[in-house]
Design a binder for this molecule. Structure first.
Ligand SMILES: [Zn+2]
Length: 180
């Protein structure tokens, strides 16, 4: 059975924007957000967008390296991250996601630079509310990395350039539909 996509609370949804901060500025993850945010915003086709938090901004989404906090999830293997959503189930502002932490593997091994970007783009998708995986594009289930060329199967379209399937963009549009 498939799990439904999960929208953010109304005020965030209506802003069509998530403010994100990186607390993962080390090793291969250094600067990854500056690279990924423009790519994500381009391929999300204005369904919503990410903005990198300035010094004064409160972030909705935080990027972290797993293992630094005692409650961090464990990540096995080096080719995926983990997204943990904080949800509001009632109250003012309605129901929905109120905050997200993205955890990245501390030591991704044997992973190309493009795979590093892919991991972050994929988790940005989950943080935006996408739940289920797809057969192709950034939200694919199992990405195969062949010397930096990433594809779902041998014959499917290789990334980069990164892409969301049309269906994924439509799901994003539905998740980020203006709320009354
Ligand atoms: Zn995933």
């Amino acid at each position: 059975m498939s799990k439904p996509d999960e929208p953010w609370i109304k005020s965030v949804r209506n802003s069509k924007e998530l403010v994100i901060r990186s607390e993962a500025e080390s090793g291969v993850w250094t600067g990854v957000l500056q690279e990924c945010v423009p790519i994500f915003n381009r391929i999300a086709l204005k369904a919503m967008s990410y903005k990198i938090a300035g010094a004064e901004d409160k972030a909705n989404v935080v990027l972290k390296i797993a293992g630094s906090g005692k409650d961090d999830p464990e990540i096995s293997g080096g080719t995926h991250g983990k997204t943990r959503r904080g949800k509001q189930v009632s109250g003012r502002g309605g129901v929905g996601i109120i905050e997200v932490e993205i955890f990245l593997p501390a030591q991704p091994s044997g992973v190309s630079k493009n795979m590093i970007l892919m991991i972050v783009l994929h988790e940005l998708g989950h943080a935006a509310g996408l739940e289920e995986h797809t057969s192709d594009g950034v939200m694919m289930t199992v990405p195969n990395d062949q010397q930096g060329k990433i594809s779902a199967t041998k014959t499917s379209k290789k990334m980069p350039p990164f892409f969301f399937t049309n269906k994924t963009v439509n799901r994003l549009r539905t998740i980020w539909k203006t709320a009354k």
